[in-house]
Design a protein around this ligand. Structure first.
Ligand code: ADP
Ligand code: MG
Ligand code: MG
Length: 252
């Protein structure tokens, strides 16, 4: 079992404190959802774990099996087994999707132990089939002209091929129609297991109709203010966030 542990994380953007002490522990074999109103710091949390230079960690720790993630360079974080949906540049002309994916996989492997080309192709073909992606998605330049839905599917393709220990998926469901949402969910559900943990950041409950989270956390004003099981997401869908604000005496 692996553990990603976020402890008392404080993050500033341009001198303004956005995260005010986030605590969150995710083990492999668990899917956690982070929900919350807009502007409460959900994406900031993802960006800080990713190591985005604009986000300054002023206090607290992020560790992967006890190793200090915040000390790692961005590519080291990926090699350590953390997948961040947003780490990929939005468009790269001249690099095909397949080439990019193969170099990303090989970057995680020891030199001399690169993935054999045929094995890579077989695996990619089968994953693309599961994700109902057009064959030509493999040979198109990375993200160039991809529709919103194609980008999301491609992100899940990367996820299923790279097989990270932990994935942090920020708003993977935004802009997806219901069919694409089901397919993306299928890809994430396929990853479920002892070697995989996931943090799904979402504004809406509907993704969680297809991916049942083990734990649901509510973020407000830069903190995790409430945690529960899948039923918490259901309650938020029905009742919104006001009852939590009342319960906790949060004024905004
Ligand atoms: P959420 O993802 O929960 O909607 P964000 O993490 O995107 O929230 O934003 C939290 C707060 O940080 C907001 O007040 C937002 O305006 C601010 N913020 C986010 N990114 C930046 C940035 N790059 N520069 C300045 N302020 C930012
Ligand atoms: Mg936002
Ligand atoms: Mg956000």
């Amino acid at each position: 079992m692996s553990t990603l542990e976020i402890k008392d994380l404080h993050v500033e953007i341009e001198g303004k404190e956005i995260l005010k002490g986030v605590n969150l522990t995710i083990n492999t074999n668990e899917i956690h959802a982070v929900m919350g109103p807009n502007g409460t710091g959900k994406s900031t949390l993802a960006s800080a774990i990713m190591g985005h230079p604009k986000y300054e960690v002023t206090l607290g720790t992020v560790t992967l099996d006890g190793e200090d993630v915040l000390e790692m360079e961005v590519d080291e974080r990926a090699r350590a087994g953390i997948f961040l949906g947003m780490q990929y540049p939005s468009e790269i002309t001249g690099v095909t999707n397949a080439d990019f994916l193969r170099s990303a996989i090989n970057a995680q492997r020891e030199e001399g132990n690169e993935i054999p080309l045929m094995k890579f192709i077989r695996e990619m073909d089968s994953k693309m089939e599961i994700l109902e992606m057009d064959e030509d998605m493999a040979t198109r330049y990375l993200n160039e002209g991809f529709s919103g839905g194609e980008k999301k599917r491609n992100e899940i393709l990367q996820l299923t091929m790279l097989k990270p220990k932990f994935a942090i998926l920020d708003e993977i469901d935004s802009g997806l129609d219901i069919d694409a949402l089901k397919i993306v969910s299928k890809g994430i559900n396929e990853m479920r297991g002892e070697k995989f943990g996931c943090l799904i950041i979402t504004h809406y409950q509907r993704l969680l109709d297809y991916i049942t989270p083990d734990k649901v956390h509510v973020m407000m004003q830069g903190k995790v203010v409430k945690s529960g099981g899948a039923e918490l997401a259901q309650k938020l869908e029905e009742q919104g966030y006001d009852w939590i604000k009342e319960e906790l005496g949060i004024v905004d």
